[in-house]
Design a protein. Structure first.
Length: 543
């Protein structure tokens, strides 16, 4: 009851003559793109061994989850607090909600109806569901949806900056609860996953919307630069801590995990490159060092050795991620190679990174130093970002269409390898598969990072945007992903069963020996302990 009343109150008190339909069109177009991409990816890649009807149901639920923003419960009060004193943005919340009710909900219901009929027909063993069955099922579902009055919208008055920032902020509103209802009705197997995703989105929405509102609400470019610098500094500091932990971990399991398997050699080199990258980033972010190093960016540009080294480490990490995605997609790339071959792919990535290091500007470096990119640098940066995105998309399509496997075989452990975990203990380990889950996490992160870089590079190339408003928010997002790669790598490795088990095999005997030693030391020092060491000499002899 509250939803239609809130819509009516918002529209009745709004000035419809000031409505810009282009804003609602932009939000709706973005939803259409996200809806289609999510549906296709889910249908093709998420558990493709299931029946077509079940895949359609799951794809429809996931696609609706991607666009079902919680407009009135979360979006309306936040938008009103941001823009209420300047412009009435509540009408745009209501307009997007109406478009969702009249366009996206019926489309989702139709897809769910088709999936339900196909699933039922496949379960009954029939060859094909009739068009009449699908139409009748859809009409029955559509009549059950709530009907709301259409509103005639007209008149425009453009407030470009605020409206552009609103369209960006609208994408930060988290998903509401309707996808959970659809999942429970049509795809119960995915309801737990959808509920977890909704809860995670609500948890992440707080800091994301706070940072976005701070950047959108500040007109001064200097404040946006300060926020961007602080975010990068924090991300680099956290990544260096995680990088140090990664280095210690690789030293612990160096024999059984890192240097024999080619994929794991790539992961080890990727971790080392990230340590170099985050260390060089600090030279441009710490205020004392920033005053000394940033002028060289403006004076020498790509001729500066420091800028070239920073760009080389950044681009090497990017190319290593593409090679890791290739290893995930095509199993036979590194299969059957000699251990001496394992160092060649990282070296080749380092050599290839020299070209963009000299030609393209490092991402977010000029924004941190408060200089503007111009001329060939913007073109090269745009071309390099688009090339990485094209390779990511091509490898993703190859992985979806190909038969795939469980990843390249793990050659770091022979079939009868004996792992000694103590003086008197041995542990037999069979051949296991490479860390495919780690590669999937890194691939997802890389696609998101490259897509963000393409958007930001296009903003600089086509519009020459200043570091403020929605562009500053996108730069913050890119900085968090780019400079926090070591955090993602460590987290994904901690959830890898083989990586964790190797550390447990190493740590448990050490802890056991430490516990035994400390217990014996306490017993020997305890004056009340009735051991032979603490008894008088005569009693000790009797004992």
């Amino acid at each position: 009851m509250a939803f239609p009343l809130l819509i009516f109150n918002t529209i009745a008190t709004a000035e419809l003559g000031s409505l810009d339909l282009g804003v609602i069109g932009a939000c709706s177009l973005a939803k259409v793109l996200v809806l289609g991409i999510t549906w296709l990816l889910t249908y093709c890649a998420f558990r493709p061994e299931r029946s077509h009807g079940q895949r359609i149901l799951t794809s429809s639920v996931f696609a609706f989850f991607a666009i079902a923003s919680d407009d009135f419960a979360i979006g309306f009060p936040v938008i009103d607090a941001l823009y209420g004193k300047v412009l009435n943005m509540g009408i745009y919340i209501a307009g997007n909600a109406l478009v969702g009710s009249f366009v996206f909900v019926p489309v989702t219901m139709a897809a769910l109806a088709v999936g339900g009929v196909l699933k039922k027909s496949e379960a009954e063993g029939s060859k094909k569901a009739s068009t009449w069955q699908i139409t009748r099922n859809y009409n029955g579902d559509y009549r059950c949806t709530p009907v709301q009055e259409r509103v005639s919208l007209g008149g425009v008055k453009r407030v470009r900056g605020l409206l552009r920032d609103f369209t960006f902020f609208y994408g930060a509103i988290p998903t509401g609860s309707p996808p959970i209802v659809f999942a429970g009705l049509y795809d119960p197997d995915s309801s737990e996953l959808v509920a977890t995703a909704v809860l995670l989105g609500l948890v992440l929405a707080g800091p994301i919307m706070f940072v976005t509102s701070v950047l959108l609400n500040s007109d001064a470019e200097s404040s946006a630069h300060k926020v961007l610098n602080d975010v990068q500094l924090s991300a680099d500091a956290a990544s260096l801590v995680c990088g140090a932990l990664l280095a210690v971990s690789l030293i612990i399991v160096r024999r059984f995990w890192s240097c024999v398997c080619p994929v794991k050699t790539l992961l080890a080199c990727y971790a080392l490159v990230l340590i170099v990258y985050n260390s060089l980033s600090l030279l441009f972010e710490i205020p004392e060092l920033q005053k000394e190093n940033c002028p060289t960016v403006d004076e020498l540009g790509q001729r500066s050795a420091l800028v070239v080294c920073f760009g080389w480490s950044q681009h090497t990490a990017s190319i290593l991620l593409l090679v890791l995605q290739l290893a995930l997609v095509k199993d036979s790339v590194f299969a059957g190679r000699r251990p001496a071959f394992n160092i060649l792919p990282p070296l080749l990535c380092a050599l290839l990174a020299l070209a963009p290091a000299f030609l393209a500007a490092p991402n977010t470096l000029y924004e941190i130093c408060r200089y503007e990119e111009s001329g060939p640098l913007t073109v090269a940066n745009m071309v390099w970002s688009c090339l990485k995105l094209a390779v990511c998309i091509g490898l993703s399509v190859r992985g979806i269409l190909g038969s795939g496997g469980n990843g390249p075989p793990d050659t770091s452990l022979p079939s009868s390898e004996v792992l000694r975990v103590g003086p008197l203990e041995t542990l037999q380990r069979p051949v296991v598969q490479s860390a495919g889950g780690v590669l999937r996490v890194l691939t997802t992160m890389n696609i998101l990072k490259v897509l963000t870089q393409v958007v930001n590079a296009s903003q600089v190339y086509f519009k020459n945007r200043r570091t403020s408003g929605s562009f500053a928010a996108m730069l913050v997002l890119e900085s968090v992903i780019s400079h926090g790669q070591a955090v993602v790598l460590l987290a994904s490795l901690l959830f890898d069963s083989q990586f964790t088990s190797l550390h447990l095999d190493f740590c448990c005997p050490c802890l056991r020996r430490l516990t035994t030693w400390s217990t014996g030391a306490r017993e020997s020092m305890n004056p009340f302990s009735l051991t032979a060491a603490n008894l008088p000499s005569s009693e000790a002899q009797e004992a």
